[in-house]
Design a protein. Structure first.
Length: 231
């Protein structure tokens, strides 16, 4: 332990900070994309749309059955080839590592958020729908103003837990040669031969952010548990 030198960490902190910002930006963007698409997927299954519903269920089953790193490889190598054939010139159309990461993470998380929202929709009391019908609310207004806000509020602890997992999974972008927090630390560790210091600091950063988010999850669960008991 006496040989550890953390001064290199402080000297290289701007580079680590840029990697952390990329990880947070990817987490935020993927969460927004995943929530929007996931809600649409959940509603499609909830309303049992004939053809689209089956396609969505197949997509969710596929995504949830394969690792994220494999999806990244598929999107990065196969999609440019498909786009090239669709364009007619037969030459791959590169998407770029950054776009690949943001799109792939968003599409991947949509499958998980969809299941969370779908279960939440099934948990809503039937009386809520009957009350909306009695008030002559349209189906759109019923879900926009009454049902979905309740689902999102109650499911928020699980959604936040999935977002924590998403933040941790952003380290997989190293396969695309992108510089996230772990990627920045790895490059600096190899450059300065300070692997222990760099990886230890990165582990502490992940621990701090994930622990803070986990405390928020615990607080939300406690709040809704108390609210449910008062009812």
């Amino acid at each position: 332990m006496n040989s550890l030198d953390f001064s290199i960490v402080f000297q290289s902190w701007p580079y680590l900070w840029s990697g952390l910002l990329f990880s947070l930006a990817l987490t935020a963007a993927a969460s927004v994309i995943g929530m929007i698409l996931g809600t649409c997927f959940a509603l499609t299954q909830h309303f049992e749309v004939p053809v689209i519903g089956r396609i969505v269920r197949a997509y969710i089953a596929l995504i949830r059955s394969i690792p994220l790193i494999l999806v990244l490889f598929w999107f990065f190598f196969l999609v440019p080839i498909v786009l090239g054939h669709l364009s007619g010139n037969g030459r791959p159309i590169p998407i770029g590592a950054t776009w690949t990461a943001f799109i792939t993470f968003g599409l991947f998380e949509a499958a998980y958020y969809s299941e969370i929202i779908r279960v939440g929709l099934r948990a809503v009391n039937r009386g809520q729908f009957e009350a909306c019908q009695a008030l002559a609310l349209s189906t759109f207004d019923t879900y926009r103003c009454v049902i979905l806000p309740q689902v999102l509020r109650v499911a928020s602890p699980i959604i936040l837990s999935q977002t924590i997992i998403l933040f941790q999974d952003t380290s997989l972008v190293y396969v695309l040669s992108l510089t996230d927090l772990l990627g920045a630390a790895s490059k600096l560790a190899q450059l300065n031969s300070r692997l222990v210091e760099m990886y230890l600091v990165v582990a502490l950063v992940y621990l701090a952010i994930s622990s803070a988010a986990s405390q928020c999850v615990a607080s939300l669960r406690k709040r809704y548990a108390i609210a449910g008991s008062r009812r």
